[in-house]
Design a protein around this ligand. Structure first.
Ligand code: DGJ
Length: 333
């Protein structure tokens, strides 16, 4: 039998495929994913489940920082860092029950962080409740000069006397910052302008969809339009997300319109991250797939938000996702 010799470049391709294939299998078994796998636990680089629910992501010095809820032991807010949005390294706890006497018995939800260029401080806003009591309904504020180091807890309060539950922070292109939170037993979504140092509310700007009963706000700007995504109020159970758009953050906003499927793919919105690359800008939806009975069984879900035109936003399910932070593309391997 005559054995045909394989050309060298084909041999190289075969070896490369085997190598990459083994690499995938190896890393999957180690729990270190080569892309985002929705529905699975997201693990940090040490193989521990990531605790960053209700959180947000911001880019600092070339790294993405993911900051969110951690309810383990006396921890309240944790920080992870990634260069590629897939591999996350635990960097530390930013708030714990011992950070301040007011936190000893607190329940902290949906922490979000932005950077103040003038004061050179990272500022965190969050939803503050007393443990197992959901009637306190306050906003809380903390700050730090280093995003990875413990934050100094400042205070909790009700902005302009309003209840304040599910919330988000938004820093606009001109440096003006806004806080949105659910008020009046979650019937109203309030929009506040922050003071120049971002440590307080300065102005109550608008009541969005009064009586609309919306929570889980996530705000992003694309082109000339702001997009605000929210969920209905059904506790831990998922429901139909809706979004609205506006050319001005204080409105008028469009009517609320459905996005995703009737359960938002079994998630609740927490954040939208624009990924600006040299080819395009993509929009990453970050949702929580809550397990209301076993909080620690909750998952994080990353999905692409896409746009049909200037005002039509879509959310589709993908099982796997690979952000390319250089080109800005969200690939679905
Ligand atoms: C829905 C909120 O969005 C979550 O952050 C959490 O507060 C649950 N409700 C609690 O039921």
């Amino acid at each position: 039998m005559v054995q045909k010799k394989l050309p060298l470049f084909i041999k190289f391709i075969v070896i490369a495929i085997l190598f990459v294939g083994n690499g995938f299998a190896y890393s999957q078994s180690e729990g270190l994913k080569t892309n985002i796998v929705n529905g699975a636990n997201f693990l940090d680089t040490q193989g521990n489940v990531i605790n960053a629910h209700g959180g947000g992501i911001l880019k600092v010095d070339g790294f993405y920082y993911w900051i969110g809820e951690n309810r383990h032991d006396d921890v309240l807010v944790s920080c992870y860092r990634s260069a590629d949005l897939v591999h996350w390294e635990f960097r530390g706890n930013l708030l714990t029950r011992s950070s301040n006497p007011e936190l000893a018995n607190a329940n902290i939800e949906r922490p979000k962080v932005i950077y103040n260029e003038t004061t050179k401080q990272f500022v965190m806003w969050m939803h503050y409740e007393l443990s197992r009591d959901y009637s306190y309904a306050r906003a809380a504020v903390a700050y730090s000069s280093n995003i990875e180091k413990p934050f100094t807890y400042l205070k909790s309060f009700r902005p302009f006397g309003n209840m304040s539950r599910d919330c988000t922070l938004y820093k606009d292109e001109d440096g003006t910052a806004y806080f949105l939170s659910a008020a009046r037993e979650n019937y109203d979504m309030m929009l506040y302008k922050l003071t120049d140092d971002y440590l307080d509310t300065k102005e109550q700007l608008a009541t969005l969809w009064p009586g609309g009963h919306r929570e889980a706000p996530a705000l992003v700007k694309r082109g000339e339009y702001y997009f605000l995504m929210t969920s209905g109020c059904t506790g831990w159970a998922p429901n139909q997300a809706k979004y609205a758009y506006s050319k001005s953050i204080s409105g008028p906003w469009s009517e609320l319109q459905d996005i995703g499927n009737t359960t938002t793919f079994d998630t609740q919105s927490t954040f939208i991250l624009p990924i600006e690359g040299n080819k395009t800008t993509s929009y990453l939806y970050i949702g929580d797939r809550w397990d209301g009975k076993q909080y620690f069984n909750s998952k994080n879900i990353f999905l692409p938000l896409t746009f049909q035109n200037d005002t039509e936003m879509e959310l589709n399910w993908v099982g796997t996702l690979l952000p390319n932070i250089l080109t800005g593309e969200l690939l679905t391997p």
